[in-house]
Design a protein around this ligand. Structure first.
Ligand code: PLP
Length: 402
């Protein structure tokens, strides 16, 4: 009997992971694909962080840690959240996990009852709706538009709240759009949330440090009345180039955080002791990650500027200039309906990405994975030289369409 649980059957596999894996296997078999599908910085983990991990191993710091994370790391996280985000937590209001992804999944599982609604603005990070489904909750997708820089319209939000609404998931800076929610817009959203006592906000702030001035990051929990209503998620993967260390965290009112910890205690227990030592060093690098992080952000900004300029020169492509993260989410629907010899018709974001992979040898993610089929996502966590080559290949492939 090969039957699977209805829970698994309801969930879609991650398209970003599938495309990244396909691109990697093509490269391994000798096809020179440029991989711009993954959400992973191309930088190495900064040396002082890596050293702290190596020292942890050398010093035998290799045993289980407390389920919620070491006191040392949770204290450091509380200091960070206070100084950088203006939100006050104690270590028992923080749970450290194997990546922000686990923190998010546990939060959804901890607060949603079957039939609850999880409100997710689109374009969304691929995992949010599936996490809701895994919790037997219903994702309620609220579209945004490129002409509004992919920001949620508070009126639309208000019109979609029901007595079943349990969670609103916000991601700023956003994957996949790079949009950053201005403080005034978050305040408007907060005023709506305040009117609905059952609604909580899960604020995914993992791209917080990858932000381009004048945009500034605002933590939702720091807004008046929102501390009680917000679960703040952050992590080390993106800003500190620590994807492989697998470390993220959640902070919020103790009642909810303890529930997240309870789930974790039966699934995985405490995160890697070595990664936690490295994370303490990461938070010790200074405000917003100090120079190690600002150097990477500067490089991301240069790449963003290059890509925005390059794609603005291509016929029919619509762009909202990203203010953070390392993705550009562009409307390519101008090309839908065209044909390529030997390939057939470009119908949608998926066939366009397949065409760009087959013919252009550039791996990108179709917007349909993020709930917006007009767009495709290009990740610019790659060197400028690689991006220049990718733009040339994309241009050439597009020209062959008729
Ligand atoms: N949230 C968003 C918006 C992301 O893009 C990612 C990674 O792709 C994560 C969370 C998960 O990060 P982590 O590596 O900490 O699990």
């Amino acid at each position: 009997d090969l039957s699977l649980s209805p829970r698994v059957n309801a969930v879609k596999p991650s398209k970003t992971v599938a495309i990244s894996d396909l691109a990697t296997s093509l490269v391994q078999s000798g096809v020179p694909v440029i991989r711009l599908a993954a959400g992973e910085p191309d930088f190495d983990t900064p040396a002082p962080i890596a050293e702290a991990g190596i020292n942890a191993i050398r010093e035998g710091y290799t045993r289980y840690t407390p389920n919620a994370g070491t006191m040392e790391l949770r204290h450091a996280i509380c200091r960070k959240l206070k100084e950088e985000n203006g939100i006050t937590y104690t270590p028992d209001q923080v749970v450290v996990s194997n990546g922000a992804k686990q923190s998010l999944a546990q939060a959804v599982l901890a607060v949603c009852s079957p039939g609850d609604e999880v409100i997710i603005p689109a374009p969304f990070w691929v995992s949010y709706p599936e996490m809701a489904r895994l919790a037997d909750a219903t994702p309620v997708i609220l579209p945004t538009s490129i002409s509004d820089n992919f920001l949620l319209d508070p009126k639309l939000l208000e019109s979609k709240i029901t007595e079943r609404s349990r969670l609103l998931i916000l991601c700023s800076p956003s994957n996949p759009t790079g949009s950053v929610y201005p403080k005034e817009l978050l305040e408007e959203i907060a005023r709506i949330v305040a009117k609905h006592p059952r609604l909580l906000v899960l604020s995914d702030e993992i791209y917080e440090h990858i932000i381009y001035a004048p945009a500034v990051h605002t933590s939702f929990a720091s807004l008046p009345g929102m501390w009680d209503r917000t679960l703040t998620v952050n992590g080390f993967s993106k800003a500190f180039a620590m994807t492989g260390w697998r470390l993220g965290y959640i902070a919020g009112p103790k009642h909810f955080i303890a529930a997240c910890g309870k789930i974790q205690s039966q699934f995985t227990s405490g995160a890697s002791s070595i990664a936690q030592k490295a994370a303490v060093a990461a938070l010790g690098l200074g405000y917003a990650g100090g120079e190690a992080v600002s150097t990477m952000v500067k490089a991301f900004r240069e790449r963003r500027d290059f890509l925005v300029k390059s794609f603005r020169e291509i016929d029919g492509v619509k762009i909202s200039e990203p203010q953070g993260a390392f993705y550009l989410f562009m409307d390519f629907s101008f090309y839908y309906g065209r044909e390529a010899e030997g390939f057939g018709k470009i119908e949608d974001s998926e066939s366009l990405c397949r065409y760009l992979l087959d013919v252009g040898q550039v791996a990108l993610v179709p917007g349909c994975a993020f709930g917006d089929d007009t767009c495709i996502r290009i990740s610019y966590a790659e060197s400028l030289t690689t991006l220049q080559a990718a733009v040339e290949r994309i241009k050439k492939a597009l020209i062959s369409l008729s």
